[in-house]
Write a protein that binds this ligand. Structure first.
Ligand code: PEP
Ligand code: MG
Length: 574
């Protein structure tokens, strides 16, 4: 049966391929009957999986990083208790012996019984614990199926494969890089979530917020994904398929044409030079940065070096990664952000259960709370400055005291390198991200103390409009054109320019064609975006005359009616 679903478009391109479902809490397993002589082996298999899961919990507890939330222990303890509940640890063994069934089926059946018991609780807190039961059962099931942890399933190589999941964390997605999926789709997620950002950086079409896609789609269904419009067509008929194949070829042709602009300078029609930089997650991304003609790295999200691993990267490993980026960019600027962990980018084993993770111990707050971790990174970063044009960027600044503490950390780290005779760039530039309205409104003091500023529009919008960027339920309220956002953006850019402090935008707005002229009109001259978008934005810059657009951008700033703002923006982009 053919049907269409609509979601939030987060990474463009058209993909046509077969569905590959990634399992989540639904515990889908086959049921089969075993001959009597295999029952002991099956029980032993179950016991081994149980033991491995127990060991997994113990190792998570003993390797818990020092800054992991205190609740993390309680959370692990609860999961260990659930694992030891006789309904999960004993009843499946009995069921295998009595009903001659496979271990997965026994586990699934007993889990459902346990979940049903939790359903009966009057107390909402206890009722919600059924999610924990399912998560524990899923962990055990993964051991049984031989896929411990959260390893992604490899894509099939014989056909184009589209990964269908209920949810994917940024850490999950970064692991898919070598697997060559044609596209990703998820039931949940917002357009500027880190999952979406990683999908864009993988240059892979992606639509999120499809609600029930994971339930409605079956393994191997033929899918068409339009990452521009946010449309998913399941089991299309021949005509639709032919139409989308044409659109896909046209899209690819257009991208090839744009790549011819690789070596052109990004100047406006009136001759103003615009810098187009790229955002990266790992030094390996540099090949793509160059292929797309970016003239620097505007944001190296260093926290991705910390994800998908059981240990923390040591100074030497970090230093090698930062140096590789510095050397790879051959003297062009490489802005490395100190790790922005927390919220939707959690270390393995340190998943926090804070009530409002986006408002909690994240980014620079976490760095300052974990001096040892921060010092290690600063040493690695400073050492890398000796090998290229490296600058350091501080995320999520909200108060001057945070900034002062950070600058003291940097000064102390420089001193320790001096004492050891280790070379670094003494003039290294330190910048700050303006992504909290408080910092935007109190910009002068940040501008005075820092060498450059970079606007993180993803968070600036999230915190200005009080909208969780990862939550698809409020995604429709996430509005870069909200007058409050526009005024903040204009204020930051105009003030920085007046004070002579270099300013760029490295949030997703920088890579959206719809906003290029608007930002240019506000006075922005430096953009940083996912690499694949550089050619399109360059083309837009090349066809823009700054004197001509000035009038529109001022009118947009004065307008307060959303319809009027959009109408003016359309005229600006015409
Ligand atoms: C931003 O907030 O716009 C930004 C660039 O940082 P991140 O998306 O990593 O939070
Ligand atoms: Mg941010």
């Amino acid at each position: 049966m053919s049907f269409t679903l609509h979601g939030i478009a987060v990474s463009s391109g058209i993909a046509i391929g077969h569905a590959h479902l990634i399992s989540h809490t639904s515990l889908e397993v086959a049921h089969y009957v075993l001959p009597k002589q295999f029952l002991d082996d099956e029980i032993a298999r179950f016991d081994a999986a149980l033991l491995a899961t127990r060991n997994e919990f113990s190792s998570l507890r003993s390797n818990r990083p020092t800054y992991a939330a205190a609740e993390f222990d309680a959370f692990l303890e609860l999961h260990q208790m659930i694992l030891d509940d006789p309904l999960l640890s004993v009843a499946p063994r009995e069921m295998i012996a009595n009903e001659y069934c496979n271990a997965e089926w026994a586990l699934k059946t007993q889990t459902e019984t346990l979940v049903a018991q939790f359903d009966e609780f009057e107390d909402a807190y206890l009722r919600e614990r059924q999610t924990d039961v399912t998560q524990v059962a899923e962990r055990l099931l993964k051991q049984l199926l031989g896929q411990p942890g959260h390893q992604p399933p490899p894509a099939r190589h014989d056909v184009e494969t589209i990964l269908v999941a209920h949810d994917l964390s940024p850490a999950d997605l970064i692991q898919f890089k070598p697997h060559q999926y044609a596209a990703f789709i998820t039931d949940v997620g917002g357009a500027t979530s880190h999952t979406a950002i990683v999908a864009r950086s993988l240059n892979t079409p992606c639509v999120v917020g499809l609600h029930h896609a994971r339930e409605l789609i079956r393994e191997d269904d033929l899918l068409i994904l339009d990452g521009e419009q946010g449309v998913l067509i399941v089991n299309p008929d021949k005509l639709i398929l032919a139409e989308y194949k044409l659109r896909q070829s046209a899209w690819e042709l257009e991208r090839k044409k744009l790549k011819r602009l690789r070596t052109a300078r990004a100047n406006t029609l009136d001759g103003t030079v615009i810098e187009l930089h790229a955002n990266i997650e790992k030094p390996e991304d540099i090949a793509e940065v160059k292929e797309n003609g970016a003239t620097g790295i505007g944001l190296f999200r260093s926290e991705f070096l910390f994800l998908n691993r059981d240990n923390l990267p040591e100074e030497e490993e970090q230093f090698e990664a930062y140096r590789a980026a510095a050397v790879g960019m051959e003297g062009q600027p490489v802005i490395i952000r100190t790790f922005d962990l927390g919220a939707d980018k959690q270390l393995k084993g340190a998943e926090r259960v804070a009530n409002n993770p986006a408002l909690g111990l994240r980014a620079i707050r976490l760095c300052l709370a974990e001096p040892q971790l921060f010092r290690t990174q600063l040493r690695a970063l400073l050492r890398a400055t000796h090998y290229g044009n490296v600058k350091i960027l501080i995320p999520m600044l909200s108060s001057v005291s945070e900034l002062n503490q950070t600058l003291q950390f940097i000064a102390a780290t420089k001193q320790s390198l001096d004492d050891e005779g280790i070379p670094y760039d003494r003039e290294v530039k330190i910048g700050g991200m303006i992504e909290i309205p408080a910092a935007a409104l109190a910009l002068n003091v940040f501008a005075r103390k820092l060498d450059f500023l970079s606007i993180g529009t993803n968070d600036l919008i999230q915190y200005t409009l009080a909208i969780d960027r990862t939550d698809e339920e409020v995604a429709h309220l996430y509005d870069p054109l909200h007058p409050a956002v526009l005024h903040l953006l204009s204020h930051i850019i105009v003030t920085s320019n007046k004070l002579g402090v270099p300013i760029s935008v490295c949030g997703e707005m920088a890579g959206e064609l719809a906003y290029t002229r608007l930002l240019l009109g506000f006075g922005l001259r430096q953009f940083s975006m996912f690499s694949a978008q550089v050619p399109s934005i360059k083309q837009r810059v090349l066809t823009t005359s700054l004197p001509e657009i000035a009038i529109f951008t001022q009118k947009i700033l004065r307008a307060d009616d959303p319809m009027k703002i959009r109408e003016l923006l359309d005229r600006l982009n015409a």
